[in-house]
Design a protein around this ligand. Structure first.
Ligand SMILES: [Cu+2]
Length: 314
């Protein structure tokens, strides 16, 4: 089973997700209570004593039960709901960690931003964050409307072409949190998953430092030289970028750190040598209609060399 996917929706691990889950339970409890009152009134109306039934049909009962009761209950719930979700519209502090996530058919482009909001590190389908700190995400779309949703960390927010929406997520414990595109975007939309990994601050800083260094250096993996050559000659490099190599395609996910990703195919497969080979050989059989062509004509040893090369990209 994949860590965190499909994501549970009522198991919050951060403040905004907690507010939403609490509100969901309170609304459910109130709805159940009102249903109970209505059923009891119905039962009395059908089989109560005659004078009670007469009173239930009177004008006063209608004003109280049909107008005053719903107005009071719904107003209280509205005020409670707004107070509970107040933090979600609180102003930003300005020093939060920032990243940009762009919805693509049917995967996610990820860029880590510096304090001036310039991209410093590119990745895909996976986001690393520090525990206990709010993280501001700039949500954009490269094609159609998608919706970003990591239910254990925050609510959902649409990614709209030509717009930049801001969502805040926060994890209060280390862990792996699954996400899912929540707006139908065609084809394999249901297979458009996402992964957020929350690390203790120190571990997170260490990871970012090593990734920044890796992104700046030329990649040197001699044992996979064959794979590196095939990556160019088979056309992979036209769609995929690997920092420090001539591969700089942008049509598909950045593969600079693909070997360390928890998943392949945007959150849907565990990442290992076998799934990597299967994906390269025929991703269409795994995720029908996705935008990577099948490579069923490549010999097995080439697929294997490519997989070895890519698993070493970390
Ligand atoms: Cu979608």
């Amino acid at each position: 089973m994949l860590d965190g996917w499909p994501p549970p929706i009522l198991d919050p691990a951060g403040p905004d997700a907690w507010a939403i889950a609490t509100l969901a339970w309170v609304l459910l409890a109130m709805a159940a209570l009102v249903l109970g009152v209505v059923l009891a009134a119905m039962w009395l109306a059908l089989s109560g004593r005659p004078e009670l039934r007469a009173r239930l049909g009177g004008t006063k009962a209608i004003w109280i039960g049909g107008v005053a009761f719903p107005v009071v209950v719904l107003s209280l719930l509205l005020v409670y709901g707004l107070s509970l979700t107040r933090t979600q519209s609180a102003p930003l502090r300005g020093d939060e960690m920032r990243a940009r996530v762009t919805g693509e058919m049917w995967w996610w482009r990820v860029a880590y931003l510096d304090q001036q909001r310039r991209p410093v590190l590119h990745d895909a389908n996976e986001l690393h964050i520090p525990v206990g700190r709010p993280v501001v995400l700039e949500l954009e779309s490269g094609d159609v409307i998608h919706s970003f949703w990591v239910p254990r960390l925050a609510g959902k927010l649409d990614m709209i072409p030509g717009r930049r929406n801001i969502i805040r997520i926060q994890a209060d414990q280390p862990g792996v949190f699954g996400g899912q595109c929540a707006e139908y975007c065609g084809g394999p939309h249901a297979l458009m998953g996402f992964v957020v990994v929350a690390h203790p601050q120190q571990r997170f800083d260490q990871l970012m430092r090593s990734r920044l260094a890796r992104a700046a250096a030329a990649s040197a993996t001699p044992q996979a030289a064959q794979g590196a050559r095939l990556f160019q000659s088979s056309g992979c490099a036209a769609c995929h970028r690997i920092a420090g190599t001539p591969a700089n395609g942008l049509a598909g996910p950045d593969l600079t750190f693909v070997g360390s990703r928890r998943t392949l195919g945007a959150g849907i497969l565990p990442n290992n040598r076998g799934t990597m080979m299967g994906w390269i050989a025929n991703s269409q059989a795994i995720k029908p209609e996705n935008r990577m062509p099948p490579y069923t004509l490549l010999p097995g040893e080439d697929i294997s060399a490519l997989a070895e090369y890519l698993e070493a990209q970390r």
